[in-house]
Design a protein around this ligand. Structure first.
Ligand code: WT7
Length: 567
């Protein structure tokens, strides 16, 4: 049975209480995402249903039922409790996409602590900035990543515990380290789950802005209401589906729709913990008989590049529903997917701060390739004038996307940065920081970001962070970082630098600078190219004009520079 009802009908009848009712939640009740994603599903008679089918390198496989998820998350919660972790303490998850990450996430929530997932490819400096901001009490990690924690340990007096999930006893544990083996531990049948309330904090995700340090986006347990309903209605998950969300839970898609959404609906999901290749992805779909697939434009464009022959070599007939998020999904990719998979990828638009989907190509709705679709029911959206922040009621006229605050999954603040949080609102609207226009049928079309943040392959990169890393190199005098166009990643990072006197521009120096900043940045933020300049374009007040460099890369008209100079 499909969850699909027409978009118009949904709009007419909509109230978030629809989700509250389905989840048996009444205002004022306790609500704990950990319980909803495991214990409740077991109570519904699905204890023996597969919750997670995990595959790692070399085809090794692990399978967990909903009862296993319940027990494992209980066991982790209890272990953390015995270490002395308390309600609202921040516990960082710093792991590859291994089962411990998924169960650990729910365990932290069951304890009433705050889960802080961080992408495991982060280097020690990126890790340090985020743990420092959150004043994290404990970190759960793997042997292969522990050296990064050790490197910065002395600077983190607040970090009391380093929990290693795959300790083999070969090398002695060091200061503050403790071993925990999830599968071998005696499973805790009954854990007293924290009676968290709607507004109790749940997850802290870090996201990059143009200036300053990364921001910790604080979410609460009530986010479940949005995540549950958008998963059900947009991803259209049904009881017998085999779902695959390709995102890493270090990023919000991987938690909202890679853990909370599917498991609160009691759906079987698959995780592939290997790198990307068209071959391995198609094999995975064929082998696991994936029915619903939520992925990202860069992956889709990489698959396009790999061609159609490889598709013909696999049986992908299990696929029935595809969706995408994270960056602009170009019309060609939508049309291509319809041709080769028989199904179009449905674009969805949202962000770390919104916690759940905001604009969606609702199943059953006419697809306009290249458009982000329309506001999810319950979301009031508009295109606003860039100066007055009043809705522009003119078809096709570009402006800022605005959302009326108040949907359940919206962030509650930026961690220890309320000031920046307040700046996200104007005239009663929440501003995600993107520009778009609405067409004559009410569809939203993405134009671009309203700041200098670079979206490379669906990952946000702060130009400021890259520029700062470059400036630390002894030969670099000035730096400016912008996006440059790319076929697959849509945008990649490009750096412009001027050199200090006595340094000669050369390929060798470029390599040296690259190796230097590689230690400071996540692999995703690395520039693809460094261009030497004699001077960088600046405003009269001395601010570097990234916009000019950006325009040069994109072959755009630079326009009237005299106005820019006064910026
Ligand atoms: C930014 C949010 C939440 C998913 C992972 C990214 C861009 C997101 C789309 C889309 C065009 C998109 C926006 C947004 N973005 N989805 N469908 N079309 N752009 O989360 O890291 O917080 O990034 O990604 O610029 O603000 P994020």
């Amino acid at each position: 049975m499909s969850n699909i009802e027409s978009y118009e009908k949904r709009l007419k009848d909509f109230d978030w209480s629809i989700a509250e009712k389905e989840l048996d939640y009444n205002k004022g009740d306790s609500i704990n995402i950990g319980w909803y994603c495991s214990d409740r599903i077991c109570k519904q008679g699905k204890a023996d249903k597969k919750a997670l089918i995990w595959e790692g390198l070399g085809g090794i496989e692990k399978t967990y039922t909903f009862n296993d998820v319940r027990l494992r998350s209980n066991t982790i919660a209890s272990f953390l409790k015995n270490l002395g972790i308390k309600t609202e303490d921040r516990v960082c998850l710093f792991m590859d996409k291994i089962p411990e990450l998924y169960m650990g996430f729910l365990g932290i929530l069951k304890l009433g602590a705050i889960a802080q997932p961080l992408f495991s490819a982060f280097g020690d400096e990126s890790l340090h900035v985020r743990l420092d901001n959150a004043q994290t009490t404990a970190i759960i990690t793997q042997r292969k990543h522990v050296s990064k924690v050790r490197k910065i340990l002395d600077q983190m007096p607040y970090l009391k515990h380093i929990i290693i999930v795959d300790y083999e006893g070969k090398n002695p544990l060091r200061e503050r380290e403790v071993a925990f083996n999830m599968d071998d531990a005696i499973q805790v049948e009954n854990f007293e789950i924290s009676q968290t309330k709607a507004e109790s904090p749940s997850v802290l995700h870090y996201t990059s802005g143009t200036t300053g340090q990364p921001k910790g986006v604080k979410h609460v347990h009530y986010s479940l209401i949005s995540q549950y309903l958008t998963t059900k209605w947009v991803l259209d998950l049904q009881d017998d589906d085999i779902y695959w969300c390709t995102a890493d839970p270090g990023w919000v898609t991987g938690t909202s729709y890679g853990i909370i959404g599917p498991w609160s609906l009691g759906i079987t999901q698959c995780v592939l913990d290997t790198g990307f290749s068209a071959e391995s992805w198609y094999k995975f779909i064929q082998k696991r008989k994936i029915t619903v697939w939520y992925s990202a434009p860069t992956a889709i464009r990489s698959l396009m590049k790999a061609g159609e022959n490889i598709i013909k070599e696999h049986d992908l007939s299990s696929l029935r529903h595809l969706a995408s998020v994270g960056e602009p999904l170009n019309a060609e990719a939508v049309i291509w997917s319809e041709k080769v998979f028989g199904k179009a990828f449905l674009d969805t638009y949202w962000q770390t701060e919104t916690g759940s989907m905001m604009l969606t190509n609702y199943p059953g709705m006419k697809i306009k390739p290249g458009s982000m679709g329309k506001p999810f029911p319950g979301i009031t959206a508009s295109i606003l004038d860039t100066k007055t922040f009043e809705p522009i009621n003119e078809i096709g006229k570009p402006g800022l996307i605005g959302f009326k605050p108040g949907w359940p999954a919206m962030m509650r603040t930026y961690w220890r940065n309320e000031e920046t949080y307040q700046k996200k609102f104007e005239n009663g609207w929440y501003l995600p920081g993107d520009r778009a226009y609405i067409d004559n049928e009410g569809y939203y079309w993405f134009i671009g970001r309203d700041d200098d943040v670079i979206n490379t392959g669906g990952h946000l990169v702060s130009p400021f962070e890259v520029e700062s890393a470059l400036l630390e190199h002894e030969a670099v005098a000035e730096s400016a970082v912008v996006a440059k166009p790319d076929d697959v990643n849509m945008e990649v990072v490009k750096a412009f630098v001027t050199l200090k006197p006595g340094n000669e521009a050369s390929d060798e120096l470029e390599l040296k600078i690259m190796n230097f900043i590689r230690k400071k940045l996540s692999p995703l933020a690395m520039p693809q190219e460094i261009e030497y300049m004699d001077t960088l374009p600046k405003t009269r007040s001395g601010k570097i004009m990234r916009r000019l460099l950006h325009a040069k890369e994109w072959g755009e008209e630079i326009g009237d520079i005299s106005t820019l100079e006064d910026d």
